[in-house]
Design a protein around this ligand. Structure first.
Ligand SMILES: [Zn+2]
Ligand SMILES: [Zn+2]
Ligand SMILES: [Zn+2]
Length: 346
Protein backbone atom coordinates (compact mmCIF):
# COMPACT_ATOMS: atom_id res chain seq x y z
CA UNK A 1 0.00 0.00 0.00
CA UNK A 2 2.69 2.47 0.90
CA UNK A 3 4.36 1.91 -2.45
CA UNK A 4 1.06 2.49 -4.16
CA UNK A 5 0.45 5.66 -2.22
CA UNK A 6 3.85 6.95 -3.06
CA UNK A 7 3.24 6.34 -6.73
CA UNK A 8 -0.19 7.84 -6.45
CA UNK A 9 1.06 10.91 -4.70
CA UNK A 10 3.70 11.39 -7.31
CA UNK A 11 1.26 11.18 -10.19
CA UNK A 12 -1.67 13.18 -8.89
CA UNK A 13 -0.12 15.75 -6.63
CA UNK A 14 2.72 17.65 -8.18
CA UNK A 15 2.94 21.05 -6.50
CA UNK A 16 1.13 23.47 -8.73
CA UNK A 17 2.08 26.96 -9.68
CA UNK A 18 1.87 29.30 -6.74
CA UNK A 19 -1.04 31.67 -6.67
CA UNK A 20 -2.34 34.38 -4.38
CA UNK A 21 0.00 33.41 -1.55
CA UNK A 22 3.78 33.08 -1.55
CA UNK A 23 6.70 33.18 0.88
CA UNK A 24 6.50 36.97 0.86
CA UNK A 25 2.71 37.16 1.01
CA UNK A 26 1.77 34.13 3.09
CA UNK A 27 -1.84 35.16 3.70
CA UNK A 28 -4.64 36.35 1.41
CA UNK A 29 -8.11 37.37 2.52
CA UNK A 30 -11.10 38.28 0.37
CA UNK A 31 -12.29 41.86 0.80
CA UNK A 32 -14.95 43.68 -1.16
CA UNK A 33 -13.50 46.36 -3.42
CA UNK A 34 -14.95 49.86 -3.74
CA UNK A 35 -16.52 48.99 -7.08
CA UNK A 36 -18.08 45.85 -5.64
CA UNK A 37 -19.58 47.85 -2.79
CA UNK A 38 -21.07 50.43 -5.17
CA UNK A 39 -22.37 47.63 -7.37
CA UNK A 40 -24.17 46.09 -4.39
CA UNK A 41 -25.59 49.50 -3.58
CA UNK A 42 -27.08 49.86 -7.06
CA UNK A 43 -28.34 46.30 -6.78
CA UNK A 44 -30.14 47.07 -3.52
CA UNK A 45 -31.42 50.57 -4.28
CA UNK A 46 -32.73 50.01 -7.80
CA UNK A 47 -35.44 47.71 -9.17
CA UNK A 48 -32.62 45.34 -10.19
CA UNK A 49 -34.36 42.05 -9.46
CA UNK A 50 -37.66 42.96 -11.12
CA UNK A 51 -36.65 44.33 -14.49
CA UNK A 52 -37.20 41.89 -17.36
CA UNK A 53 -37.54 41.70 -21.12
CA UNK A 54 -39.00 39.01 -23.36
CA UNK A 55 -37.38 38.79 -26.78
CA UNK A 56 -37.94 36.45 -29.73
CA UNK A 57 -35.08 34.23 -30.75
CA UNK A 58 -34.48 31.66 -33.46
CA UNK A 59 -32.01 29.01 -32.39
CA UNK A 60 -29.28 27.84 -34.81
CA UNK A 61 -31.46 24.75 -35.34
CA UNK A 62 -34.33 26.95 -36.47
CA UNK A 63 -36.55 26.65 -33.41
CA UNK A 64 -38.41 29.78 -32.34
CA UNK A 65 -38.10 30.66 -28.67
CA UNK A 66 -38.68 33.53 -26.31
CA UNK A 67 -35.75 34.69 -24.26
CA UNK A 68 -36.55 35.92 -20.78
CA UNK A 69 -33.85 38.49 -20.01
CA UNK A 70 -33.07 39.48 -16.45
CA UNK A 71 -30.09 41.07 -14.76
CA UNK A 72 -27.70 38.74 -12.87
CA UNK A 73 -28.63 37.61 -9.37
CA UNK A 74 -32.36 37.02 -9.61
CA UNK A 75 -32.60 33.32 -8.75
CA UNK A 76 -32.48 31.52 -5.45
CA UNK A 77 -29.16 30.08 -4.34
CA UNK A 78 -28.47 26.39 -3.96
CA UNK A 79 -28.22 24.95 -0.45
CA UNK A 80 -24.44 24.75 -0.63
CA UNK A 81 -23.76 28.21 -2.10
CA UNK A 82 -21.67 30.17 0.38
CA UNK A 83 -20.99 27.22 2.70
CA UNK A 84 -17.36 27.08 3.72
CA UNK A 85 -15.05 24.29 2.63
CA UNK A 86 -11.91 24.16 4.69
CA UNK A 87 -8.78 22.35 3.61
CA UNK A 88 -5.42 22.39 5.30
CA UNK A 89 -1.86 21.18 5.39
CA UNK A 90 -0.41 20.37 8.76
CA UNK A 91 3.09 19.52 7.62
CA UNK A 92 4.21 22.32 9.93
CA UNK A 93 7.91 21.60 9.58
CA UNK A 94 7.59 22.30 5.86
CA UNK A 95 6.14 25.80 6.35
CA UNK A 96 7.57 29.17 7.39
CA UNK A 97 7.30 29.67 11.19
CA UNK A 98 5.80 26.19 11.54
CA UNK A 99 2.36 27.56 10.75
CA UNK A 100 -0.56 25.62 9.31
CA UNK A 101 -1.65 26.21 5.72
CA UNK A 102 -5.42 26.71 5.44
CA UNK A 103 -7.74 27.25 2.46
CA UNK A 104 -11.03 28.53 3.87
CA UNK A 105 -13.19 29.16 0.83
CA UNK A 106 -16.86 29.21 -0.10
CA UNK A 107 -18.60 26.64 -2.24
CA UNK A 108 -20.29 28.14 -5.26
CA UNK A 109 -22.57 27.24 -8.15
CA UNK A 110 -20.90 29.96 -10.29
CA UNK A 111 -24.25 30.79 -11.93
CA UNK A 112 -24.80 34.37 -13.07
CA UNK A 113 -28.41 34.09 -11.95
CA UNK A 114 -27.53 32.99 -8.40
CA UNK A 115 -28.42 35.60 -5.79
CA UNK A 116 -25.44 34.52 -3.71
CA UNK A 117 -22.68 33.68 -6.18
CA UNK A 118 -23.23 36.19 -8.98
CA UNK A 119 -20.77 38.86 -7.92
CA UNK A 120 -18.05 37.29 -5.85
CA UNK A 121 -17.87 34.08 -7.87
CA UNK A 122 -19.44 34.30 -11.34
CA UNK A 123 -18.54 37.90 -12.15
CA UNK A 124 -15.07 37.58 -10.65
CA UNK A 125 -14.26 34.42 -12.57
CA UNK A 126 -15.80 35.43 -15.91
CA UNK A 127 -14.16 38.84 -15.98
CA UNK A 128 -10.80 37.36 -14.99
CA UNK A 129 -10.99 34.69 -17.70
CA UNK A 130 -12.12 37.16 -20.36
CA UNK A 131 -9.32 39.57 -19.49
CA UNK A 132 -6.85 36.69 -19.79
CA UNK A 133 -8.16 35.70 -23.22
CA UNK A 134 -7.76 39.25 -24.51
CA UNK A 135 -4.28 39.56 -22.99
CA UNK A 136 -3.28 36.27 -24.58
CA UNK A 137 -4.47 37.54 -27.95
CA UNK A 138 -2.47 40.73 -27.43
CA UNK A 139 0.67 38.78 -26.72
CA UNK A 140 0.15 36.43 -29.70
CA UNK A 141 -0.18 39.48 -31.96
CA UNK A 142 3.00 40.91 -30.48
CA UNK A 143 4.86 37.66 -31.10
CA UNK A 144 3.63 37.65 -34.69
CA UNK A 145 4.98 41.15 -35.08
CA UNK A 146 1.55 42.68 -35.68
CA UNK A 147 1.80 46.06 -34.09
CA UNK A 148 -1.22 47.82 -35.59
CA UNK A 149 -4.44 48.04 -33.57
CA UNK A 150 -3.05 45.76 -30.91
CA UNK A 151 -4.64 47.56 -27.98
CA UNK A 152 -8.22 46.66 -27.05
CA UNK A 153 -10.89 49.33 -27.42
CA UNK A 154 -14.33 49.58 -25.87
CA UNK A 155 -17.14 50.23 -28.31
CA UNK A 156 -20.88 50.63 -27.74
CA UNK A 157 -23.28 49.61 -30.48
CA UNK A 158 -26.85 50.89 -30.14
CA UNK A 159 -29.57 49.66 -32.50
CA UNK A 160 -31.86 52.06 -34.29
CA UNK A 161 -35.25 52.77 -32.76
CA UNK A 162 -36.96 50.42 -35.20
CA UNK A 163 -34.55 47.56 -34.68
CA UNK A 164 -34.28 47.72 -30.88
CA UNK A 165 -36.68 44.90 -30.14
CA UNK A 166 -36.12 42.75 -33.20
CA UNK A 167 -35.34 39.03 -32.87
CA UNK A 168 -32.23 38.62 -30.72
CA UNK A 169 -30.35 36.47 -33.25
CA UNK A 170 -30.99 39.04 -35.99
CA UNK A 171 -30.08 41.93 -33.69
CA UNK A 172 -26.78 40.28 -32.86
CA UNK A 173 -26.09 39.46 -36.50
CA UNK A 174 -26.67 43.07 -37.50
CA UNK A 175 -24.42 44.26 -34.69
CA UNK A 176 -21.66 41.98 -35.98
CA UNK A 177 -22.09 43.29 -39.54
CA UNK A 178 -21.85 46.87 -38.35
CA UNK A 179 -18.72 46.09 -36.32
CA UNK A 180 -17.22 44.38 -39.31
CA UNK A 181 -17.85 47.36 -41.57
CA UNK A 182 -16.52 49.70 -38.91
CA UNK A 183 -13.21 47.82 -38.81
CA UNK A 184 -13.44 45.78 -35.60
CA UNK A 185 -11.90 42.42 -36.39
CA UNK A 186 -12.52 40.52 -33.20
CA UNK A 187 -13.33 40.71 -29.54
CA UNK A 188 -16.06 40.05 -27.04
CA UNK A 189 -19.67 41.09 -27.15
CA UNK A 190 -21.79 41.74 -24.07
CA UNK A 191 -25.52 42.32 -24.48
CA UNK A 192 -27.26 44.85 -22.25
CA UNK A 193 -31.04 44.62 -22.53
CA UNK A 194 -31.34 47.26 -19.79
CA UNK A 195 -29.88 50.62 -18.92
CA UNK A 196 -29.97 52.27 -15.51
CA UNK A 197 -31.76 55.59 -15.15
CA UNK A 198 -29.56 56.86 -12.34
CA UNK A 199 -31.90 59.67 -11.26
CA UNK A 200 -34.86 57.37 -10.74
CA UNK A 201 -32.71 54.33 -9.90
CA UNK A 202 -34.83 52.38 -12.33
CA UNK A 203 -33.72 50.04 -15.08
CA UNK A 204 -35.24 50.67 -18.49
CA UNK A 205 -35.35 48.35 -21.48
CA UNK A 206 -32.88 49.75 -23.97
CA UNK A 207 -31.04 46.96 -25.76
CA UNK A 208 -27.45 47.70 -26.80
CA UNK A 209 -24.11 45.92 -27.08
CA UNK A 210 -20.73 46.52 -25.52
CA UNK A 211 -17.67 45.36 -27.38
CA UNK A 212 -14.15 45.03 -26.12
CA UNK A 213 -12.19 44.31 -29.24
CA UNK A 214 -9.44 45.07 -31.66
CA UNK A 215 -9.36 47.09 -34.83
CA UNK A 216 -9.75 50.55 -36.11
CA UNK A 217 -13.07 52.24 -35.70
CA UNK A 218 -13.65 54.03 -39.01
CA UNK A 219 -15.05 57.52 -39.04
CA UNK A 220 -18.67 57.12 -38.09
CA UNK A 221 -20.02 60.10 -39.91
CA UNK A 222 -18.89 58.65 -43.18
CA UNK A 223 -20.37 55.31 -42.36
CA UNK A 224 -23.64 55.80 -44.16
CA UNK A 225 -25.27 52.39 -44.20
CA UNK A 226 -25.79 51.98 -40.46
CA UNK A 227 -29.54 52.53 -40.86
CA UNK A 228 -29.86 54.55 -37.72
CA UNK A 229 -27.58 52.40 -35.59
CA UNK A 230 -25.04 54.28 -33.48
CA UNK A 231 -21.52 53.07 -32.84
CA UNK A 232 -19.29 54.84 -30.33
CA UNK A 233 -15.67 54.34 -29.35
CA UNK A 234 -15.38 54.75 -25.60
CA UNK A 235 -11.72 53.71 -25.31
CA UNK A 236 -10.50 51.63 -22.38
CA UNK A 237 -10.25 54.29 -19.70
CA UNK A 238 -9.69 52.17 -16.65
CA UNK A 239 -7.99 48.83 -16.77
CA UNK A 240 -9.13 46.20 -19.23
CA UNK A 241 -10.31 44.10 -16.32
CA UNK A 242 -12.44 46.82 -14.73
CA UNK A 243 -13.99 47.65 -18.09
CA UNK A 244 -15.06 44.03 -18.62
CA UNK A 245 -16.03 43.62 -14.97
CA UNK A 246 -18.30 46.64 -15.05
CA UNK A 247 -19.98 45.79 -18.36
CA UNK A 248 -20.52 42.18 -17.34
CA UNK A 249 -21.95 43.17 -13.94
CA UNK A 250 -25.24 44.24 -15.53
CA UNK A 251 -25.21 42.02 -18.61
CA UNK A 252 -28.36 40.31 -19.81
CA UNK A 253 -28.80 36.92 -18.18
CA UNK A 254 -31.08 34.23 -19.59
CA UNK A 255 -31.27 30.44 -19.46
CA UNK A 256 -28.96 28.71 -21.93
CA UNK A 257 -27.51 31.94 -23.30
CA UNK A 258 -23.93 32.98 -22.63
CA UNK A 259 -23.46 36.49 -21.37
CA UNK A 260 -20.27 36.85 -23.40
CA UNK A 261 -19.91 36.12 -27.12
CA UNK A 262 -16.43 35.92 -28.64
CA UNK A 263 -16.21 36.79 -32.33
CA UNK A 264 -13.76 37.18 -35.20
CA UNK A 265 -10.12 36.57 -34.40
CA UNK A 266 -11.01 36.03 -30.75
CA UNK A 267 -13.78 33.55 -31.52
CA UNK A 268 -13.71 29.86 -30.70
CA UNK A 269 -13.26 28.97 -34.39
CA UNK A 270 -10.57 31.54 -35.11
CA UNK A 271 -7.14 30.39 -36.29
CA UNK A 272 -5.79 31.67 -32.97
CA UNK A 273 -8.35 29.77 -30.87
CA UNK A 274 -5.86 27.27 -29.47
CA UNK A 275 -3.26 29.92 -28.70
CA UNK A 276 -5.59 32.18 -26.76
CA UNK A 277 -7.51 29.47 -24.94
CA UNK A 278 -7.86 30.02 -21.19
CA UNK A 279 -7.65 26.78 -19.25
CA UNK A 280 -10.30 25.93 -16.67
CA UNK A 281 -9.33 26.88 -13.17
CA UNK A 282 -8.88 23.68 -11.20
CA UNK A 283 -9.19 23.90 -7.44
CA UNK A 284 -5.76 23.64 -5.91
CA UNK A 285 -5.56 20.45 -3.86
CA UNK A 286 -1.97 20.95 -2.79
CA UNK A 287 -0.21 23.02 -0.20
CA UNK A 288 1.26 26.17 -1.72
CA UNK A 289 4.28 25.86 0.54
CA UNK A 290 5.29 22.21 0.71
CA UNK A 291 3.26 20.64 -2.09
CA UNK A 292 1.60 18.02 0.13
CA UNK A 293 -1.97 17.03 -0.59
CA UNK A 294 -4.55 19.03 1.41
CA UNK A 295 -6.98 17.35 3.81
CA UNK A 296 -10.30 18.46 5.32
CA UNK A 297 -9.76 20.69 8.31
CA UNK A 298 -11.81 22.35 11.02
CA UNK A 299 -11.56 25.47 13.17
CA UNK A 300 -11.13 24.45 16.80
CA UNK A 301 -10.37 27.66 18.71
CA UNK A 302 -13.05 28.38 21.32
CA UNK A 303 -12.33 32.05 22.06
CA UNK A 304 -13.99 33.24 18.84
CA UNK A 305 -16.31 31.98 16.09
CA UNK A 306 -14.85 30.49 12.88
CA UNK A 307 -13.76 33.15 10.37
CA UNK A 308 -16.57 34.27 8.06
CA UNK A 309 -14.21 35.55 5.37
CA UNK A 310 -12.59 33.53 2.66
CA UNK A 311 -8.87 33.26 3.06
CA UNK A 312 -5.90 31.23 1.93
CA UNK A 313 -2.57 31.08 3.68
CA UNK A 314 -0.51 30.46 6.77
CA UNK A 315 -2.18 30.78 10.18
CA UNK A 316 -1.54 29.75 13.77
CA UNK A 317 -1.62 25.99 13.80
CA UNK A 318 -3.37 25.57 17.17
CA UNK A 319 -6.61 27.12 15.83
CA UNK A 320 -7.10 24.38 13.25
CA UNK A 321 -7.11 20.59 13.11
CA UNK A 322 -7.26 18.06 10.29
CA UNK A 323 -10.43 15.95 10.31
CA UNK A 324 -8.92 13.24 8.14
CA UNK A 325 -5.51 11.74 7.60
CA UNK A 326 -3.78 11.63 4.27
CA UNK A 327 -4.31 7.86 4.18
CA UNK A 328 -8.03 8.42 4.67
CA UNK A 329 -7.93 10.97 1.91
CA UNK A 330 -6.39 8.55 -0.55
CA UNK A 331 -8.76 5.80 0.53
CA UNK A 332 -11.67 8.12 -0.12
CA UNK A 333 -10.39 8.83 -3.61
CA UNK A 334 -9.91 5.12 -4.26
CA UNK A 335 -13.42 4.42 -3.02
CA UNK A 336 -14.88 7.09 -5.21
CA UNK A 337 -13.01 5.58 -8.16
CA UNK A 338 -12.04 8.93 -9.50
CA UNK A 339 -8.56 7.82 -10.39
CA UNK A 340 -7.85 8.45 -14.02
CA UNK A 341 -8.09 5.29 -16.07
CA UNK A 342 -4.62 5.43 -17.55
CA UNK A 343 -3.20 5.18 -14.08
CA UNK A 344 -2.57 1.48 -13.64
CA UNK A 345 -2.77 0.50 -9.99
CA UNK A 346 -3.69 -3.12 -9.92
ZN1 LIG B 1 -24.79 29.95 -6.10
ZN1 LIG C 1 -24.53 49.25 -21.37
ZN1 LIG D 1 2.20 22.18 3.48
Amino acid sequence: MSQQLKQFEHVVSPPKKRSRVSENNPYWEKKLSESQISLLEIHDKSDWVNVELFQDYKTPKGIMKKIHWKLPSTKEKNITCGKFKTLGCFNLMGHPDNQAYIQHTKLSCFRSACEYCWMEKWLARESRRSTLRIEKYESVMKQLGKTRFNKPIHVIVSPSWNDKFMRYDLLKKKCREILDKAGIKGGLLIYHPFKLDKKKMKWVCMPHFHVVGFGWLLDNNKNTDKQGWVIKNKGVRQSLHSTIYYQLSHAGVADNIHSITWFGELGYRSKYAELIKVENEEPNDNCEFCGEILVNAVFVATDRPPPDKEFIGLVDSWDWLPTESKTMYFQKILDEKIISLDFDFY
